[in-house]
Structure formats: structure tokens, C-alpha cells
Write a protein that binds this ligand. Structure first.
Ligand SMILES: Cc1cc2nc3c(=O)[nH]c(=O)nc-3n(C[C@H](O)[C@H](O)[C@H](O)COP(=O)(O)OP(=O)(O)OC[C@H]3O[C@@H](n4cnc5c(N)ncnc54)[C@H](O)[C@@H]3O)c2cc1C
Ligand SMILES: NC(=O)c1ccc[n+]([C@@H]2O[C@H](COP(=O)([O-])OP(=O)(O)OC[C@H]3O[C@@H](n4cnc5c(N)ncnc54)[C@H](OP(=O)(O)O)[C@@H]3O)[C@@H](O)[C@H]2O)c1
Length: 282
């Protein structure tokens, strides 16, 4: 028989080192609701551009036991699969359990990064096509920040269209800077060829602040304005492939539109014409 020793709680014990800890290497703030950060990447972590992982911080000590547990949330990996570091693009929810703390991280701090990437916004879930569409609202841009820096995106498609719908102009900055920066991307210029970025058509819109192009992308597609602006026909299952990442209502509205266009939803196990992922849980 094993002798049982009484367990006592030492509330003064130091908080344990973070499990799966990675070190923050860069933090950028865009608005009072949006920021991005980069951190070290574990040598063993492999992922496909477009996937998401669980990341987080230690939660507050339990008021009675003093125990602390990791506070984790799903995050799309915004960096491409070849990058030596990891990048994330994040919301700041004022009273959000994780992001009310995460928004204060600084270079040198540690974050928890769980090593199991998953997700449907991957090239493997789509059948071959000519034109690839990315549809994002808000932080739903994150997986496309990864895929826009992934060489396969340009190897597999003649044209890449990225639409980003946000409430305000400042919420477009992360995506706009990233797309502008692609022109100088050494790897893509070398692997795909100088001028590869001419394959990209960027279509940003705002809904609540004045900007050169206003409106929800769904409405702009229904009216035909988006297709006229972009100089392309409406989506067609023979040529077009699409990935969607936004709020629930946006995802559902686009899904219904795609089904009307005759496109079928794909998955890792059954590639088809389009794939969907939630940008956050409502
Ligand atoms: C598959 C998946 C991938 C995700 N990827 C990202 C990502 O790359 N970047 C990111 O910031 N978040 C992402 N999220 C959301 C993320 O998991 C957390 O919800 C977010 O970090 C807020 O955490 P929280 O604990 O502060 O608040 P929570 O309690 O998780 O959320 C509180 C409320 O804030 C709102 N909210 C949460 N996240 C967002 C958001 N991203 N945009 C707008 N409103 C939001 C919702 O109304 C939610 O009910 C993703 C979620 C899923 C399911
Ligand atoms: N962004 C802010 O400034 C702000 C400020 C305070 C609080 N919040 C809260 O934070 C949460 C998330 O805000 P968010 O702005 O990141 O995300 P969001 O509310 O999901 O909106 C992001 C963009 O998607 C558009 N959109 C929403 N539903 C759509 C649909 N069915 N089809 C097409 N486009 C659609 C919105 O247009 P519409 O503008 O037309 O809805 C907006 O431009 C919300 O709960 C919100 O109340 C946001």
C-alpha cells in the first residue's frame, strides 16, 4: 500500500515557468483594438500556411487554491510556413480574458504556444484552379497574411484576389502594409520571379468610416460592383477557388452566395472549391 502524505497548498510559491513558452521578439500596435506580435518558433513546430494554433498566457491565480492554469485561445498563424519566427495578428477585447492581458506584452516576454496546428484554410483543401480569392473581415485577415507570403499561392494560381472588409480605415493598416511589403519580398521574388506581386488584386473596404471604397464585400458582389472594379467575372467553379475567414454572419452569407454560384465546400479530407473558418467564436 502506498502511504498518502497530506497535500498542502503553498500560496506563496512562485508562478511556474510557462509551459511551451516562446519569447516575444516584436510588438506593433495599429489601433486601440488591433496589434500584431512576433515570437520565437520551436524548431519542432511544422505547420501549413493558413493553419491556427492555441496560444496564450498563464491565467490569474485561483482565489482559493492559488493555482494558475494556462489561458489559451485559437489564433491563426499570420506568418508563412517557412518563416523562422511566428507572427500573430490580434484583437484587443477590453474585458476579454486573454487579450486584456495579451495586448500589454513586450519584447522579451513569454507566451504559451501549443504545438498542434490545425485548420481548413490550406491549399490542400482546394482543387486546382486559376484564380484564388481570400475573403476577410477584421482579424480574419491573419491566415491570409500567412498564405500571401506562401510561394505555393503564386505557383498554383494565375491571380490572387484579397478582399478585406473592416469598420474603420485604421483597421486596414496591417493588411495594406503587408501587401505593399510583398513587392520587396526576397524569397517570393526569387522563387516565383520578379513582379510576382502583379498577380495580387487587393480590395479593401470600410463600412463605418469614409474611405475610397465603402461597403460590405457581400453587398458589393451582389450588386456586381466588386467584379466590375476588379475586372473579373463572378466566381465560377471551373476557374475560381476561395477561402473565407470572418465573423459568423459574414461566413454564412458568403457560403450561401458561393453555393448559388455552384461552388462546393472543401475540407482537408475532400478538396473542393472553397473553404471557411471562423475568425472568432461569437
Ligand atoms: C479558428 C479561430 C482562429 C482565431 N484566430 C484569431 C486571430 O488570428 N486573431 C485574433 O485576434 N483572434 C482570433 N481568434 C479569436 C480568439 O480565439 C479569441 O477569441 C480572442 O483572442 C479574444 O480572446 P479573449 O479571451 O480576450 O476574449 P473571448 O472571451 O475569447 O472573446 C470575447 C468576445 O470578443 C469578440 N472577439 C473575440 N475575438 C475577436 C476577433 N478576433 N475579432 C473581433 N471580435 C472578437 C467576440 O464577440 C467574443 O465573444 C480566433 C478564433 C478561432 C475560433
Ligand atoms: N471595430 C470597432 O471599432 C469596434 C468597436 C467597439 C466594439 N466592437 C465590437 O467588437 C466585435 C467585433 O468587431 P469587428 O469590427 O472586429 O468585427 P465585425 O463586427 O465582425 O465587423 C467587421 C467588418 O465585417 C463587416 N460585416 C459584418 N457582418 C457582415 C456580413 N454578414 N457580411 C459582410 N460583411 C459583414 C462589418 O460591416 P458593418 O460595419 O456593416 O457591420 C465590418 O466592416 C463586435 O462585437 C463589436 O461590437 C468593435
Amino acid at each position: 500500500m502506498t502511504e498518502m502524505t497530506p497535500v498542502t497548498q503553498d500560496k506563496t510559491k512562485a508562478v511556474p515557468a510557462l509551459p511551451d513558452a516562446q519569447t516575444v521578439t516584436e510588438v506593433k500596435h495599429y489601433t486601440d483594438r488591433l496589434f500584431s506580435f512576433r515570437c520565437t518558433r520551436p524548431a519542432s513546430l511544422r505547420f501549413r500556411s493558413g493553419e491556427f494554433v492555441m496560444i496564450g498566457l498563464m491565467g490569474d491565480p485561483h482565489p482559493e487554491t492559488g493555482k494558475v492554469k494556462p489561458l489559451l485561445r485559437a489564433y491563426s498563424i499570420a506568418s508563412p510556413s517557412w518563416d523562422e519566427e511566428m507572427e500573430f495578428y490580434s484583437i484587443k477585447v477590453p474585458d476579454g480574458p486573454l487579450t486584456s492581458k495579451l495586448q500589454h506584452i513586450k519584447v522579451g516576454d513569454e507566451v504559451i504556444l501549443r504545438p498542434k496546428p490545425v485548420g481548413t484554410l490550406v491549399h490542400d483543401a482546394l482543387l486546382p484552379g486559376k484564380r484564388l480569392w481570400f475573403f476577410a473581415t477584421g482579424t480574419g485577415f491573419a491566415p491570409f497574411a500567412s498564405l500571401l507570403r506562401e510561394p505555393q499561392t503564386y505557383e498554383d494560381y494565375d491571380e490572387v484576389i484579397i478582399t478585406h472588409t473592416c469598420r474603420e480605415v485604421g483597421e486596414l493598416t496591417y493588411g495594406r502594409d503587408l501587401i505593399e511589403g510583398l513587392k520587396q519580398d526576397e524569397l517570393l521574388n526569387e522563387v516565383i520571379g520578379e513582379g510576382f506581386w502583379k498577380k495580387i488584386k487587393y480590395y479593401p473596404t470600410t463600412t463605418r468610416e469614409e474611405s475610397p471604397r465603402m461597403g460590405r464585400i457581400t453587398d458589393l458582389m451582389k450588386s456586381g460592383e466588386a467584379f466590375a472594379d476588379l475586372g473579373v467575372p463572378p466566381l465560377n467553379k471551373d476557374t475560381d477557388r476561395a477561402m473565407i475567414c470572418g465573423n459568423m454572419a459574414f461566413n454564412l452569407e458568403l457560403k450561401a452566395m458561393f453555393e448559388d454560384y455552384g461552388l462546393e465546400e472543401g475540407a482537408n479530407s475532400k478538396p473542393a472549391h472553397y473553404v471557411v473558418e471562423k475568425a472568432f467564436l461569437d
